[in-house]
Design a protein around this ligand. Structure first.
Ligand code: DGP
Length: 136
């Protein structure tokens, strides 16, 4: 199977601007810089999405994402941070290697748009909650 782009970065085959590295986790600047300081945090071991990543590895990735988010506020003067992971193409995932976006936010119209519409009308919320709860 062909290596994904993040496996190539982890293996040093493609350069990146490194922010953090240990034996399990790598963090580097996202090439697109949706906002200034946009960072990706990835596990070195290949897992396709957040959903299929073992808990211990996922916790290590989230720990570094949290620290980077704190620095973005302190150092870059961000007013907020979006922590985002897309799972599968339908959710906007373009690289099939689990990664967490840490996106510093400076103002509402700063390059990152996330629209959450209210689509609750007509849904049976008690039934929906029950179904999800019973499948956990
Ligand atoms: P997603 O759409 O959630 O799968 O995000 C993938 C991100 O990866 C996207 O924001 C751009 C970034 N990206 C893609 N190729 C490269 C690359 O070669 N280097 C770096 N640093 N980032 C990349």
């Amino acid at each position: 199977m062909e290596k994904d782009i993040f496996c190539k970065i982890i293996d040093g085959e493609i350069p990146c601007y490194k922010i953090y590295e240990d034996q399990d986790v790598l963090a580097f600047l996202d090439i697109s810089q949706v906002t200034k300081g946009h960072v990706l945090v990835v596990p070195k071991e290949h897992y396709e999405t957040f959903l299929s990543t073992p808990q211990e590895t996922m916790h290590k990735v989230m720990d570094i994402a949290q620290r980077i988010g704190q620095v973005e506020i302190k150092l870059l003067g961000a007013k907020g941070v979006n922590i985002l992971t897309n799972c599968y193409e339908a959710a906007g995932q373009s690289v099939p290697h689990f990664h967490v976006h840490v996106i510093p936010r400076y103002e509402k119209r700063d390059g990152f748009i996330l629209e959450m519409k209210d689509n609750s009308k007509g849904l049976n919320l008690p039934q929906l909650a029950e179904d999800i709860k019973n499948t956990l």
